[in-house]
Design a protein around this ligand. Structure first.
Ligand code: NDP
Length: 511
């Protein structure tokens, strides 16, 4: 395996502040480890409180200038950033794979989705900036307009560091905001690399400060940041939401998922099995909207299990820079957490049908098997909690009612999938499953134009689509009287006949 290119090390110990890659001043330095080799490939440094303050101050000035620019100008710049990302996709893909492990093909795909989101918002963001209302008073002009929120903090997880950044930053920037990003400590180098493409924007408009949760917390609590878009786990999300609530700061929460995947007898089993395996094992199961619990109709249960085992056996596991379908987990801690969940599921009676351990022949790296389990129940942790790892636990159900009932008996409500060719069943699933997204025979699809987000403890608010733009905008109501006419119909002095118990002429009741 080749060693990392020299430019990877050049991103080490940097922040991206005021349009420049600055050397970090802090003393808390952490190794960045390639999860496939366990070799350090660089270092990141926790931003100091002074560095965070400086980034916030710079963001303020940059935002004020940016908010005076035309939407066409913003769109042109975002398109340029998108084009640059497309050109840089090979380097971005290589670094993302080295830093968090996903197969190179998935890393390059992610770079392309990142560009696509920027292009999407460059156009959608200038399409609509308010509405004209029917005026309440003849001759007046009543309308809404959209204001930016100000300085927006993005707190991001490790699993999709490029496209999740773009989903939010593109909408925020087009709306006239400045953005400060706190990436996961597992994917900070890739995030810094992405900033090379963003250098086309005015300095200070988008900045990256690296570090652990403390850095994120300072940005969240900072009195001069105006909104937090958080993507990550439920518990961290709760802490972020509580801190925002204390300041009445706007917050967008995209938190954990534990998506149900229902398979009904009319589904083409070979397709459903492939869809299930992809939905469960993509990115080593580290997808917020991964299929995590499978409710399979009893009439096809055994055949489906057999198919899924066959498909799972075909998955090639290894270093994401080689010809593989699944890389390692992103970190040692992620693997430990996941393996504890598998061990507890076994202790509760769950049966491993394939996998369950670590792949043979890979002595280094945080690799785990793609695992299929049966004999698990809805009340087992492996079914009702987020695993965020490559396991496909299957529960047998007797009918669609039971499947939907179990799908909804959860604190999570992000995505959901059903495989069926029965139109009535499809429609029932769309109507009755409590989730932000329902995929019918189309697992895990995203669409820049389609709002993405969860309900219950999976999140609040939406990113992508028109809703995703409004997440980063205030609506302002404006009313104009071009004549500056006196408003006698409701100003002082009140007329005598309007007083209590006086008799009003019927035609004067509304001025
Ligand atoms: P975490 O919740 O551990 O971390 C998310 C981010 O929050 C990281 O950058 C982390 O920093 C930072 N952070 C930690 N503590 C604080 C704090 N007190 N204040 C502010 N920021 C803080 O999530 P993971 O990175 O482990 O990501 C996995 C989770 O993300 C899964 O639960 C997954 O479901 C969820 N997710 C949800 C998505 C959605 O759209 N709903 C999409 C993708 C993932 P650091 O890690 O550097 O310490």
């Amino acid at each position: 395996m080749t060693t990392e290119p020299a430019w990877v090390r050049e991103l080490s110990t940097r922040h991206y502040i005021d349009g420049v890659f600055v050397t970090a001043e802090g003393s808390d330095v952490h190794d960045v480890t390639d999860p496939a080799t366990e070799r350090p490939i660089g270092q990141i440094v926790d931003a100091t409180p002074d560095e965070v303050d400086r980034a916030v101050e710079i963001a303020h000035s940059a935002q004020r200038r940016w908010n005076r620019t035309s939407m066409l100008h913003r769109a042109e710049l975002l398109h340029e950033v998108a084009a640059d990302i497309r050109s840089a996709r090979a380097a971005l893909g290589e670094l993302l794979t080295r830093e968090m492990g996903k197969p190179y093909k998935e890393s390059v795909d992610e770079a392309l989705w990142t560009a696509s989101a920027l292009d999407y918002y460059a156009e959608v963001g200038r399409h609509e900036a308010g509405r004209v209302l029917g005026p309440a008073v003849a001759g007046q002009f009543h309308f809404t307009t959209k204001d930016p929120v100000g300085v927006v903090v993005l707190i991001l997880p490790f699993n999709y560091p490029l496209c999740l950044l773009a989903w939010q930053a593109a909408a925020a920037l087009m709306s006239g905001n400045a953005v400060i990003v706190k990436p996961s400590e597992l994917t900070s180098l890739t995030t810094l690399k992405l900033m090379e493409s963003f250098r086309r924007l005015p300095a200070g408009l988008i900045q990256v400060v690296t570090g652990h949760g403390r850095v994120g917390a300072q940005l969240v609590e900072h009195r001069d940041t105006h909104m937090v878009a958080f993507t990550g786990g439920i518990d961290t999300g709760r802490r972020v939401a509580e801190a925002c609530a204390r300041q009445y700061k706007r917050v967008l929460l995209e938190t954990s998922g534990n998506d149900p995947f229902i398979v009904m007898p009319s589904a083409p089993l070979h397709v459903a099995a492939r869809g299930a395996v992809f939905g469960a094992f993509l990115n080593c199961g580290q997808v917020c909207a991964a299929a995590e619990r499978f409710y399979v109709h009893e009439a096809i249960h055994d055949a489906f299990v057999a198919r899924v085992i066959e498909e799972t056996a075909l998955i090639r596991i290894g270093n994401g820079l080689e010809r593989v379908d699944m890389g390692p987990m992103a970190s040692h801690a992620q693997r430990e957490r996941y393996e504890r969940i598998i061990a507890r599921a076994r202790a509760q009676g769950g049966k491993v049908r394939i996998g369950g351990g670590r792949p043979a022949g890979l002595s280094k790296g945080f690799f785990v098997d793609a695992t299929v389990m049966t004999e698990v129940r809805h009340d087992h942790e492996i079914v009702n909690d987020e695993t965020f790892g490559p396991v496909l636990p299957i529960v047998k159900v007797t009918n669609l009612d039971e499947a939907i009932e179990l799908a909804n008996r959860s604190r999570y409500a992000l995505g959901s999938t059903i495989y069926t060719l029965d139109l009535a069943e499809s429609m029932r699933a769309v109507r009755e499953i409590e989730a932000g997204m329902v995929w019918v025979n189309a697992p895990l699809l995203d669409n820049d134009a389609g709002p993405f987000g969860g309900r219950k403890q999976s999140g609040m608010g939406r990113q992508l689509g028109a809703e995703g733009l409004d997440s980063f905008r205030h609506t302002k109501l404006a009313m104009i009287d071009p004549q500056a006419a006196p408003h006698d119909f409701w100003w002082f002095p009140y007329r005598d006949w309007e007083a209590f118990q006086s008799s009003a002429p019927a035609d004067k009741a509304h001025g």
